[in-house]
Ligand binder design. Structure first.
Ligand code: BGC
Length: 350
């Protein structure tokens, strides 16, 4: 079968190649790939900056934002031929650490977790893939191709859950919430906030016009094209989705007393000196702020993310998918333009 692979840590090695059919050890459910979303992590892996091949192998099959159709449910009673499914990305570490032992693999403590398409297990960018029933999520059929948005929605679902849990340390009813970045994660965060009933949602991004501001406004949220520092209000919570140093620093300075900044973007670089660390810490102390990082998602969050997508306006969701590429043109999918929101690689028709 054809698969998009990379030799991790070696830039320029990504290619579409013949690979053996998925191993039955990967799971009892056999799935035909429909589509796989592309995100910044895939770009990093292709650039040789991240990613690990399965032990003993040179190639890693890329892709962690899956959508497929069950070809053979194996002996699972919960799945039937034709069901639309998405595969959970992370697997618990083998020891397991206390968090992995209780199904919170997203909070793995020893770093020995594995991730499909990222860390030591093949991903979903292949014509067929296998999955264990307990790591397969059935998609509401009304979502169709939009099911490919489930994985990024799980990431923001976890972030919102973290804010809610941390907020319970005091009286906390977040009314004004800011999302930084109007990419797929930022827009799905704004959508999730809306579905969760947050009244006053703001999104800030560099783009001055076009689809991103339009999509924010269609949600009933407020769009800003300015620096976070220039906003005229102090948000109760900020979901940081850019990973850009300046945006992170300004977010930490802008958050309200008792407010929570949840970091979801993975960036690099930026300059920080000792005094600015102390200044940031002092401000956080004096205003009871929490700055929390959030990655991946557990099964409860996968389930909740599925509910969010099922409740969302499908025509709005559909506009997030701005480009579909065929597997042979996967390099085009990895090269993003400013107007792209979510680019998917489509393996078969829905
Ligand atoms: C994925 C997560 C993963 C993280 C770190 C993200 O792009 O969405 O599932 O845990 O990368 O590897």
């Amino acid at each position: 079968m054809k698969a998009i692979t990379v030799e991790p840590k070696k830039p320029g090695t990504a290619r579409l190649m013949e690979m053996p059919e998925p191993d039955s050890g990967d799971g009892s459910i056999l799935v035909e790939a429909i589509a796989v979303g592309v995100c910044g992590t895939d770009v990093e892996i292709v650039e040789g900056k991240y990613g690990w091949a399965p032990p003993g192998l040179e190639h890693l099959i890329l892709g962690h934002e899956s959508l497929g159709r069950v070809i053979d449910p194996g002996n699972s009673k919960r799945f039937q031929k034709g069901d639309l499914v998405v595969g959970i990305v992370r697997r618990p570490d083998p020891i397991p650490c206390p968090n992995c032992a209780v199904g919170e693999w997203d909070m793995c403590r020893n770093g020995l977790y594995t991730e499909r398409g990222i860390k030591e297990i093949h991903g979903f960018m292949s014509e067929r893939w296998r999955i264990e029933p307990e790591y397969a999520i059935k998609i509401d059929p009304s979502l169709g191709i939009l099911g490919v948005l489930l994985e990024p929605t799980t990431v923001v679902t976890k972030a919102l859950e973290q804010i809610g849990m941390i907020g319970r340390r005091s009286f906390y009813e977040p009314r004004t919430v800011l999302v930084t970045g109007a990419g797929p994660i930022g827009l799905l965060a704004a959508l999730s906030l809306k579905v969760f009933g947050i009244e006053d949602i703001h999104v800030v991004d560099r783009m001055e016009s076009g689809l991103k501001p339009d999509l924010v406004r269609e949600l009933g949220a407020t769009y800003h094209s300015c620096n976070v520092a220039d906003l005229s209000f102090e948000p109760d919570a900020i979901i940081e989705c850019t990973g850009v140093g300046q945006v992170i620093a300004q977010s930490i300075q802008k958050i309200s007393p008792n407010g929570i900044v949840c970091l979801t973007g993975v960036g690099h670089g930026g300059v920080m000196n000792q005094s600015s660390i102390a200044d940031i810490a002092a401000a956080a102390v004096l205003r009871n702020n929490v700055i929390v990082g959030s990655v991946n998602a557990n099964k409860r969050q996968w389930y909740r993310a599925g509910l969010t997508l099922a409740r969302a306006d499908k025509s709005w969701l559909a506009k997030l998918i701005t480009r579909r590429e065929k597997p042979e043109y996967f390099m085009n999918a990895l090269a993003r333009t400013p107007d792209d929101i979510k680019v998917i690689i489509q393996f078969s028709d829905i």
